[in-house]
Design a protein around this ligand. Structure first.
Ligand code: 5GP
Length: 221
């Protein structure tokens, strides 16, 4: 590797990891988008990799969900203990259940320059923004219409009619927070939305303030 190439490589590697947040009402496509974004970077080099923050929740497991992959499913006592011990980066009550982000995983990765993807609500986004504004990028995903949102919740078939009704009521209040986000996307077409999310990620990675190694590179020019 030439001297210039190795310097450029050092710059690329020296970057703080982003906290990349996707929020939306349930059923707007956020879970699929998160999975596909992670899939895109599955074999990426370290400075381009992104990992999912797996939350802790007291919500019962849905069919098909896996402990440690979708969530860490815990009881109230275990959850409260984590909160009390300061192990959560943020935490909130959503619907009837508690959700929180384990802090250690996020810190370990962002310190190494690895980006972390979050699927959290507006309450968690607010808490993270208050603490880590410089490292945070937030995207709100909107459904094309409320009718389409309801249709998606029904076809997902994971929740009862009563739960779907409650989620629809909640969606309106969730959506009312769209202006607190850096980016807002309407998820009409999943491929197009994924492309937009990837563009945002790529551009945000290149922001001057995040490229800690750039000063040294410029001096060496
Ligand atoms: P679900 O029960 O459908 O998986 O998630 C319900 C809502 O909780 C979603 O809007 C999701 O983004 C949010 N959520 C999931 N994990 C967390 C978390 O760790 N913190 C916060 N604040 N919200 C979360």
């Amino acid at each position: 590797m030439t001297m210039a190439a190795s310097l450029q490589r050092a710059v690329e590697l020296k970057r703080r990891g982003l906290m990349f947040i996707l929020s939306s009402p349930s059923g707007a496509g956020k879970t699929t988008l998160s999975r596909r974004l992670l899939g895109k970077y599955k074999n990426a080099a370290k400075h381009e990799s992104i990992v999912m923050s797996v939350s802790v929740t007291t919500r019962p497991m849905r069919p098909g969900e896996v402990h440690g992959k979708d969530y860490f499913f815990v009881d109230n006592a275990a959850y409260e203990k984590m909160v009390k011990n300061g192990e959560m980066l943020e935490h909130a009550r959503v619907f009837e259940h508690q959700y929180g982000t384990p802090a250690a995983f996020v810190r370990d990765h962002t310190h190494k320059g690895i980006d972390v993807l979050f699927d959290i609500d507006w309450q968690g986004t607010r808490q993270l923004a208050a603490k880590n504004r410089d490292d945070l990028v937030s995207i709100f995903i909107l459904p094309p219409s409320m009718r389409e949102l309801e249709r998606r919740l029904h076809t997902r078939a994971q929740d009862s009619d009563a739960v779907v009704k409650k989620r629809m009521e909640k969606a309106t209040s969730e959506i009312s927070h769209w202006q607190e986000y850096d980016y807002v996307l309407i998820n009409q077409d999943i491929d197009e939305t994924l492309e937009k999310i990837d563009c945002i990620l790529k551009a945000e990675r290149l922001k001057r303030v995040r490229q800690e190694g750039m000063g040294g590179f410029v001096q060496s020019l």
